[in-house]
Each structure stands twice: as structure tokens, then as C-alpha cells.
Design a binder for this molecule. Structure first.
Ligand SMILES: Cc1ncc(C[n+]2csc(CCOP(=O)(O)OP(=O)(O)O)c2C)c(N)n1
Ligand SMILES: [Mg+2]
Length: 362
């Protein structure tokens, strides 16, 4: 069989694109409600221990699956959409996706892996190694779905094959899975997580086969030394030492700054990223930033973007319509804010794109 073709995407070429997103909806997934005390969410993987589903002798942590968030969005019949998974342990892929998402007509949704040393129970210096292992063992595959004129195309970067040895190493690296190994070796549960991951990845491979882009392997080329330091977020914040969300926010802001300069507005649902960048009434954000609730964050982000377009089309605003990024944790994305996110994503990816007054209002 011939090797699948590689799609080399240069960062400069993304920046030169004439397209522009309405809103980038961004989920950093630390797999529980963390800032409120490590409660289980729809993003918590099976058998992980949380404070609301602790792993013990009778119940081995979370009973239930980790829902697939990204692929279903591709099948809602939207007009223009950029969907991807990301992991800050692969920064070129991560930053390339942020930039491309912002430079794609319609809207975008990116779900990023986001290590949590406190909630996952591991040392502060382990975040990068664990994040990398997550993709390398097949747990967190990196893939993209581009919807253009309603037609969807799947592509991927890495992490589609499950490596069982690495998977066990991944589970063992975190206290949240400790009860699967001690005092007894819970083989059935360990096999089950691996099995569910394989099922998910096999489904993904089939989707890539059925809806694959002509060149299905995406390689982003980013000369990171050439990138300007981001100006969206000040260095001070209150995240835990070694928190994965720090890497996520830094890389997101770096790529976003390269695209938008300071013409960016962030909308942030209540979460670690929100509380840690807004302590004591002083924000860490240098560009406009709005804190909103789980239910309303996505709607507010849509409203900000759409309002600017309406004002511009009526001649009340002459500047460049700002880029908007909406940031939500997994608790607000999977559980409480999901229907609002889904509605906002569909509105901004289809209704806004189809509205002659709003389209091409740059
Ligand atoms: C409707 C509603 N229920 C509960 C809360 C309390 N609350 C604030 S932040 C939070 C946890 C958020 O978890 P997640 O979205 O995963 O972000 P993380 O803290 O993990 O970064 C909760 C439960 C709330 N703000 N709104
Ligand atoms: Mg969370």
C-alpha cells in the first residue's frame, strides 16, 4: 500500500490567508471540574479517580465513557468549520491549528489536552512528559476536520495507534489511576480503557478513510524563533506550578497574537484559566477579556463577533472586526455549557456565513 500523502502547512502561508473566523471556541480539557475541587465531568476518562467518583475497593473511579466531542460537530450540517484536537506537547501542531482556525471562514472548535498536576496527582515537573505520552500511546490522537461548503475532510498528525505498553506507562504515571494497580491489579478495568480507546481510534481511522483529505497527514511548519512574544497575556497568573493550562494559554496566545495582533477579544467561562488570570480584581489579560458563565460564554462570544459585523455593515464601525476566542474548561464544555456551545458553533458557522449582511465583514 502506498504511504498517505503529507500536507505541509507553513505558518507564514496561514497568516497570508484571506479568510477569517467568526469565533474560535476553545476547550482546554483537564478532564474534571478542577478549580472547584476535582469533580468528575463528561471529559473524565473511565476509571479515573475524582473527588465525586473516588477509586476504591468497591467502585474503581469513574463509571462511564469519555465522550467524543470533536467528531460529532462535523456532522451537524454546518457550512464552514474548522475542528481539531491539540496537545501543547506538540507545539507546532498546536500553534498551527490555532492560527488556521482563526484564518478559516466560519467558526472553529479546538479541544486541547491540558495536564493538571493537582487533579491528576503527579509531580509538578511531569506535565510535558505526560502530555507527550498521552498522544504517543494513542490516548489523545491529533486530528483535524475541515468543513468547506458543507463538505467535510478528515486529516491527522499522529496518535491514531494504541501502543499498549506506553498506555500502561501513561496510566501508571498518575495518582488518579493508582487504584487500578494497587492493592490489586485491576486487569479488566485497564483492558476496558484500552479497548474503549481502540474503538474510538478505529472509528476515527474509518472516518479518515471515508472522508479523508487527498493529503491526509497534516504537518505544520512553524519557525518558533521567528514568532514575536505574545502580547495578550501578562506573565503573572495563579495557576498551580507546572500546570498544563499554562502551556496551553501561552501557545494559544502566541499563535493568536501572530494572527490578530491586539485585535482580539477573549471570552472565558468560569474555570482554572479564568480564576487564575483574574485574581484580586487585577486581570492578567492585556487585550479585552470577558468572564462569563458556562451557559452564556459561547453565546456572548457569538454576540460580540456578530455585533461588530452588524455595526460594520450599518456603517457604525469602521475598524477591523476583532477576532474572538472563547475559552472553556471541560466541565463547561461537555456538561453545563454544551447546548449553548453547540448552538453558537452552528450559528456562527452557518447562519453568519449565509447572511449577506454579515459575510465578509472583515
Ligand atoms: C451553572 C454552574 N454550576 C456550577 C458552577 C460552579 N463552578 C465554577 S467553575 C466550576 C468548575 C469548572 O470546571 P471546568 O470547566 O472543567 O474548568 P476547570 O476548573 O477544570 O479549569 C464549577 C463547577 C458555576 N459557575 N455555574
Ligand atoms: Mg476542567
Amino acid at each position: 500500500m502506498s504511504q498517505p500523502e503529507r500536507n505541509i502547512i507553513k505558518f507564514e502561508d496561514i497568516l497570508a490567508k484571506d479568510e477569517k473566523s467568526n469565533v474560535l471556541f476553545f476547550n482546554y480539557d483537564n478532564e474534571a471540574f478542577m478549580n472547584t475541587g476535582i469533580q468528575e465531568s463528561g471529559g473524565t476518562p473511565p476509571f479515573a479517580s475524582t473527588t465525586t467518583g473516588p477509586g476504591g475497593e468497591k467502585i474503581p473511579g469513574k463509571i462511564g465513557i469519555k465522550q467524543d466531542l470533536v467528531t460529532p460537530f462535523a456532522f451537524f450540517g454546518t457550512k464552514s468549520l474548522f475542528l481539531a484536537t491539540a496537545n501543547p506537547a506538540y507545539p507546532n501542531d498546536f500553534m498551527g491549528k490555532i492560527a488556521e482556525a482563526l484564518k478559516t471562514n466560519g467558526s472553529a472548535f479546538i479541544q486541547s489536552y491540558s495536564d493538571c498536576m493537582r487533579g491528576w496527582r503527579h509531580g509538578a515537573s511531569d506535565a510535558l512528559a505526560i502530555s507527550k505520552l498521552a498522544t504517543d500511546c494513542g490516548y489523545w490522537p491529533l486530528y483535524t476536520i475541515r468543513v468547506k461548503e458543507g463538505v467535510l475532510k478528515f486529516s491527522y498528525y499522529r496518535g491514531l495507534d494504541v501502543d499498549k505498553e506506553k498506555f500502561i506507562e501513561y496510566l501508571k504515571s498518575m495518582g488518579r489511576f493508582k487504584h487500578l494497580f494497587k492493592p490489586k491489579f485491576l486487569e479488566r478495568e485497564i483492558d476496558e480503557i484500552i479497548h474503549l480507546t481502540e474503538l474510538r481510534n478505529n472509528r476515527l481511522k474509518k472516518l479518515i478513510e471515508a472522508f479523508g483529505a487527498e493529503k491526509p497527514i497534516d504537518i505544520y511548519r512553524v519557525n518558533r524563533k521567528k514568532l514575536e512574544p505574545q502580547e495578550h497575556l501578562l506573565p503573572g497568573h495563579g495557576l498551580c506550578p507546572g500546570c498544563g493550562a499554562g502551556m496551553v494559554l501561552n501557545q494559544m496566545a502566541t499563535a493568536a497574537y501572530a494572527v490578530s495582533g491586539n485585535n482580539m477579544i477573549y471570552v472565558n467561562n468560569t474555570s482554572c484559566s479564568e480564576v487564575s488570570t483574574s485574581k484580586d480584581f487585577v486581570t492578567s489579560w492585556k487585550v479585552p477579556w470577558v468572564h462569563h458563565l458556562f451557559e452564556s460564554g459561547a453565546t456572548i462570544a457569538d454576540a460580540i463577533s456578530t455585533s461588530y459585523k452588524i455595526l460594520k455593515s450599518k456603517g457604525y464601525f469602521e475598524g477591523e472586526v476583532p477576532y474572538v476566542i472563547h475559552i472553556g474548561g471541560d466541565g463547561s464544555t461537555y456538561d453545563i455549557g454544551f447546548q449553548f456551545l453547540k448552538a453558537a458553533l452552528i450559528r456562527t458557522s452557518s447562519f453568519v456565513e449565509m447572511n449577506e449582511y454579515l459575510v465578509n465583514q472583515k
